[in-house]
Design a protein. Structure first.
Length: 94
């Protein structure tokens, strides 16, 4: 089996660093979307009188809550991936 060269190790590290940067950007985008959706959910839930709300509006309010929770969970997973990438990158640093 061939031993990795310094050049291929550097390219691998650069690829990991690029993946980490892109993943951090995605994490921030998901977090912002979750925050924005949480605001929409709060407004819909508090501003829409229950006696006036239709079943479609009730479903929309519930759906925004579910989507916000899913986005928050995805954000947490992305953060864990970022931490793993950072650990891997730090292993290669002298």
């Amino acid at each position: 089996m061939a031993k990795p060269t310094l050049s291929s190790a550097t390219e691998d590290a650069q690829g990991l660093a690029k993946a980490l940067r892109e993943n951090k950007e995605a994490t921030q985008a998901v977090e912002k979307a979750a925050d924005d959706l949480a605001v929409v959910h709060a407004v819909l839930d508090s501003e829409l009188p229950k006696e006036v709300a239709s079943s479609d509006a009730d479903r929309a309010v519930e759906q925004t809550g579910q989507l916000e929770r899913q986005l928050s969970a995805s954000s947490e997973k992305l953060k864990r991936v970022n931490e793993s990438l950072e650990r891997e990158l730090s292993k290669g640093s002298p």
